[in-house]
Design a protein around this ligand. Structure first.
Ligand SMILES: [Zn+2]
Length: 270
């Protein structure tokens, strides 16, 4: 077995969705990538093959490798490795002092949240091998790009919390929330932290979530078109006011939704 390093230098920062493009090759029939223990089938694209890899917020900057298996006609296959450099990215940290009753959960709520986390993690693991989408991603509330707090860290009473894993889009209760891209609804429900929530699988390891809704207008199993109405914004769950928490996972990693294809580098880095 030969191992090649492709002349393909990928780079990304913690919280970024990284585009992988492999150029067309004669007789190449399938490409499988393995990144952070996740297996991804590349999708055929105009001039070759395409996939997205998520770099999680907790990935330590440095050099990484992505294993790739190229399958050709006649059962021929080659193993290759792609170099992926994870560059550092600083996210803001806010220190807050609050009364303990605002940050401590009752045992009943802790139990509820733990059970719900299992259901949500099962939904995250439900991704179709092939992408449902062929077009770029859009903002779920058209025109709103404010509320860019992905990756922000809050420390309550000297106890660090998990970094914020989505973008809190400015929204009033009742604002229409639309699917960021074509995909299938894999979970809906009323959750302790998330309130009324919709989780959508876009295939090929990409999932999006829409939290704190005042109402849910879709059902599990439903296939949504890009831009299709899925719910109305609200303030359900553990929040202080109405907004849309829009989160995205790519290959199991928490990424800033604004790093998906369809948003300019200016927006992604803002
Ligand atoms: Zn949020």
């Amino acid at each position: 077995m030969n191992i090649f390093f492709l002349l393909l230098a990928l780079s990304g920062y913690p919280g970024q969705a990284v585009v992988v493009d492999i150029p067309f090759e004669p007789e190449l029939e399938a490409v499988t990538l393995v990144w952070q223990a996740q297996e991804i089938q590349m999708a055929p694209a105009d001039a070759g093959w395409f996939a997205l890899l998520g770099v999680d917020l907790d990935v330590t900057p440095g050099p990484y490798e992505v294993d790739a298996v190229f399958r050709y006609a006649g059962n021929r296959q080659e193993h290759r490795r792609l170099a992926l450099t994870v560059t550092p990215k600083e996210y803001p940290t806010t220190h807050l002092t609050v009364e303990p009753k605002y940050v401590e959960l009752s045992p009943a709520n802790q139990e509820r949240a733990a059970q719900e986390k299992k259901r949500i993690n099962a939904a995250y693991a439900t991704t179709a091998a092939e992408p449902y989408w062929t077009d770029v991603f859009i903002v779920p509330i058209p025109g709103v790009t404010g509320g860019r707090n992905f990756g922000h860290r809050r420390v309550f009473n000297d106890q660090p919390r998990a970094p914020h894993s989505g973008a809190d889009l400015t929204a009033t209760t009742g604002a229409e929330v639309r699917a960021t891209n074509r995909g299938r609804v894999v979970l809906t429900g009323d959750f302790f932290f998330n309130g009324n929530a919709v989780f959508v699988d876009h295939g090929m390891g990409v999932l999006s979530m829409y939290l704190h809704l005042s109402s849910i207008l879709v059902e599990e199993g439903q296939l949504l078109e890009r831009g299709e109405l899925l719910g109305l914004a609200g303030a359900t769950g553990r929040v202080t006011g109405p907004h849309l928490h829009w989160g995205v996972k790519v290959t199991g990693a928490r990424v800033d939704p604004f790093t998906l294809p369809g948003f300019t580098a200016e927006i992604a880095n803002n």
